[in-house]
Design a binder for this molecule. Structure first.
Ligand code: CAA
Length: 291
């Protein structure tokens, strides 16, 4: 049975991107967030990003209008009941995700698949908090979703072949390439990327380089499209910290110890681009390093 209707839980930067690519690919999309204002902001963001794509000739105005017409928003979980697939894309916090699944499962039709966009938490453990571990899978998108070509698919111990095959076909229908990861902390991309970012923060913390010097070094010296501190701000420093904590707890190796400076930024509420301040201050015309 092909998937037709996709629910997206969480209208943050990842949820917006997922809704964007799903609606452009022809799926009917229901975006759910408990906070009504976030739903309005989500539609504005998706519209803005689709306008960028119209501007650069990637899609037509007609594609944009049709895709936007396929997106519904709702603050009620009940409105996800007839979705064929629901992609949970809430905050990277296990307790929050479990609470969402316990509200979702009783209303969602029994044959539907639940995917999670978690970037680090055990799929097997999250699956066990649902009524359908066989129909549960990690579908991990990269930010910005409309631009990045990869989806990591992560099977939990109970994920059935049919769930995997449908999810793979779904990711490919969004014109993404799939890489399959085993269910270990932070999977592949973040297992490799986040320790690099954490090390960049240690490099700053120990005074080896300034924010600008570190980012310039990695942009020009390793051809990364963004410097690691700029990328940390882009991902969100709270997300970076929670991924490092999952690696540290899950693999019990001190090499994953989150840098105290990262902890301090998160404690300050300086979470990067989404709060307008992180390793850079984004409140002015151009980003200014905060150290
Ligand atoms: N929606 C739609 N289009 C977007 C977009 C968005 N949100 N953001 C950027 N674009 C488009 C732009 O319109 C532009 O399109 P054209 O080439 O057609 O003009 C193109 O992407 C490039 O954007 P810009 O010219 O604005 O800027 P850039 O060349 O500096 O590229 C970038 C921006 C694509 C974000 C690039 O800097 C990049 O690849 N950065 C690294 C991103 C990365 O590493 N992401 C992974 C993060 S890890 C992750 O996501 C996993 C996790 O769980 C934490």
């Amino acid at each position: 049975m092909p998937l037709k209707k996709v629910g997206v839980i969480g209208a943050g930067q990842m949820g917006n991107g997922i809704s964007h690519v799903c609606s452009l690919a022809g799926y009917n999309v229901v975006v759910h967030d408990a906070v009504e204002e976030r739903l309005e902001a989500a539609l504005a963001t998706v519209t803005g990003n689709m306008n960028r794509q119209v501007g650069s000739g990637k899609i037509t105005e007609a594609d944009r209008d049709a895709a936007l017409g396929r997106i519904e928003t709702s603050a009620k979980m009940d409105d996800l009941s007839d979705c064929d697939l629901v992609v949970e894309s809430a905050t990277e916090d296990e307790a929050v995700k479990r609470k969402i699944f316990s509200a979702l499962c009783p209303v969602l039709k029994p044959e539907a698949i639940i995917g999670t966009n978690t970037s680090s938490i055990s799929i097997t453990r999250l699956a066990s908090s649902t009524d359908r571990p066989e129909q549960f899978i990690g579908i991990h998108f990269m930010n910005p979703v409309p631009v990045m070509e990869l989806v990591e698919l992560v099977r939990g111990i109970a994920t059935e072949d049919n769930t995997y095959e449908l999810s793979k076909a779904f990711a490919e229908s969004l014109e993404k390439k799939v890489a399959v990861a085993e269910d270990f902390p932070a999977f592949m991309v973040n297992r490799i990327l986040l320790p690099m970012i954490n090390e960049a923060i240690y490099t700053l913390y120990e005074g080896v380089g300034t924010v600008e010097a570190i980012d310039t070094a990695m942009k020009l010296g390793a051809h990364h499209p963004m410097g690691p501190l700029q990328l940390a701000d882009f991902i969100g420093l709270d997300t970076c910290l929670s991924i490092m904590q999952v690696l540290y707890d899950g693999l019990a190796d001190t090499k994953y110890r989150p840098c105290p400076l990262l902890v301090k930024y998160v404690e300050a509420g300086w979470l990067g681009r989404k709060t307008n301040r992180g390793f850079y201050d984004y409140r002015g015309e151009i980003p200014v390093p905060t150290r």
